[in-house]
Design a protein around this ligand. Sequence first.
Ligand code: NAD
Ligand code: UDX
Length: 343
Amino acid sequence: MSANGTDNSTSKKPPSPSPLRFSKFFQSNMRILVTGGAGFIGSHLVDKLMENEKNEVIVVDNYFTGTKDNLKKWIGHPRFELIRHDVTEPLLIEVDQIYHLACPASPIFYKYNPVKTIKTNVIGTLNMLGLAKRVGARILLTSTSEVYGDPLEHPQTESYWGNVNPIGVRSCYDEGKRVAETLMFDYHRQHGIEIRIARIFNTYGPRMNIDDGRVVSNFIAQALRNEPLTVQLPGTQTRSFCYVSDMVDGLIRLMEGENTGPINIGNPGEFTMLELAESVKELINPEVKISLVENTPDDPRQRKPDITKAKEVLGWEPKVKLRDGLPLMEEDFRQRLGVPKKN
Ligand SMILES: NC(=O)c1ccc[n+]([C@@H]2O[C@H](COP(=O)([O-])OP(=O)(O)OC[C@H]3O[C@@H](n4cnc5c(N)ncnc54)[C@H](O)[C@@H]3O)[C@@H](O)[C@H]2O)c1
Ligand SMILES: O=c1ccn([C@@H]2O[C@H](COP(=O)(O)OP(=O)(O)O[C@H]3OC[C@@H](O)[C@H](O)[C@H]3O)[C@@H](O)[C@H]2O)c(=O)[nH]1
C-alpha cells in the first residue's frame, strides 16, 4: 500500500541521487527546479523557496504566458538561475526537487494551440520524469480540478474519476493533465520515482496577466477600467477561489510531506459567477455594470474541492477569504493599469 492509501505501491527503491549531492559543497544546499516559474503561481512559489537560504532555485520557462518581469527581483542573485527552455525538449541538469508547473493555465491560452498544450502536458511531463529518474529527484506535478471535468460528484474528492469530454475543446488540457498524472504514477510504480500530485483549484492573486482571460483577473481589470463585468451564461455556474499564498504553502507542504497525492489544493468557499461579479462590484467599483455574455463549450457547471485529505495529510487549509484576497489583487492591478484609488 502506498502513502496515498490506494493500491499504487511500488516495490522499487527510488534511484540514487547524484553523487554530487554528498560532496561537501552540496550538502547544505537543495537544488530546486521550477518549470513554468516565470508564470503566475510559479513566480510566487519561487519567492517563497528563495526565502530559504539553503535553496538554490532554477527556473525554466518558454515565456508563452509567463514573463521575466515576475522574477526580476531574483535575476542576478547567486542562488537563482533562469533558463529559456521549452519542456517539450529534454533537459539535462542536476537537481534534487522538481516542481513541474509548465503549462498554460487560462482556458483562452491553453485552447490557442491545443496540440502544443497536449505536447506540453505529455512530452513535457515525460521529459521531467526522465530527468527525475536520471538524477533521483522528487517531482511534483501541478495537476488540476479540470481532471474532474463537468463533475457529477459535488464537492469533488480525490477518489472521484471525473466526467471529461475526451474530444472537446478543453480536452487538450483536461486529458493532457490526466495523462500527466498517469505518467507520474507509472514512473512511480515502474521506476520508483518519488512523486507528488497536487490537484489545484482556481487560484488568483497579484501578477496574473491583466489579459489572462480567467474570471477573477477579467472582472478586476474590467472594474478598474469601468467596463461591464462579462458574466458568461448562465452565471449560476460555480467555482472555488484560492489565494496564491495559500496555494504556494500547500504545494510546499505536499513536496516536503510523505504522501504521493493526488491531493486537492483549493479553497472550498464556493461562489456563482454572478456572486463573484457582485463582490467585485461592491469592493472595487460600485458603479460598474454587469453584462451577461455567451459562454464557451463544456464549461463545468460546478466546482468545489473536498479538502479533507489536505487537512489530514498536510495539515493544510486556506487562510485567505475571497473578500480579503480581492483587495490585495486590486492593489497590484491598479499599479499595473495606472489607475490610482480615489480617496
Ligand atoms: N492558476 C490556476 O487556477 C490553476 C488551476 C489548476 C492548475 N493550475 C496549474 O498550475 C500551473 C501554473 O499555472 P499558472 O496559473 O501559474 O499559469 P501561467 O500560465 O501563469 O504559468 C504557466 C507558466 O508555464 C510556462 N510554460 C507554458 N508552456 C511551457 C513549455 N512548453 N515549456 C516551458 N514553459 C512553459 C508559461 O510561460 C508560464 O510561465 C499550470 O501547470 C496549471 O495547469 C493552475
Ligand atoms: O470573463 C469571464 C471569464 C470567465 N467566466 C466564467 O468563469 C468561470 C471560471 O472560468 P476561468 O476561465 O476563470 O477558469 P476555469 O474554472 O474554467 O478553469 C480554471 O480552473 C482550473 C484550472 O486548471 C485552469 O487552469 C483554470 O483556468 C467559468 O464558468 C467561465 O464561464 C466569466 O463569467 N467571465
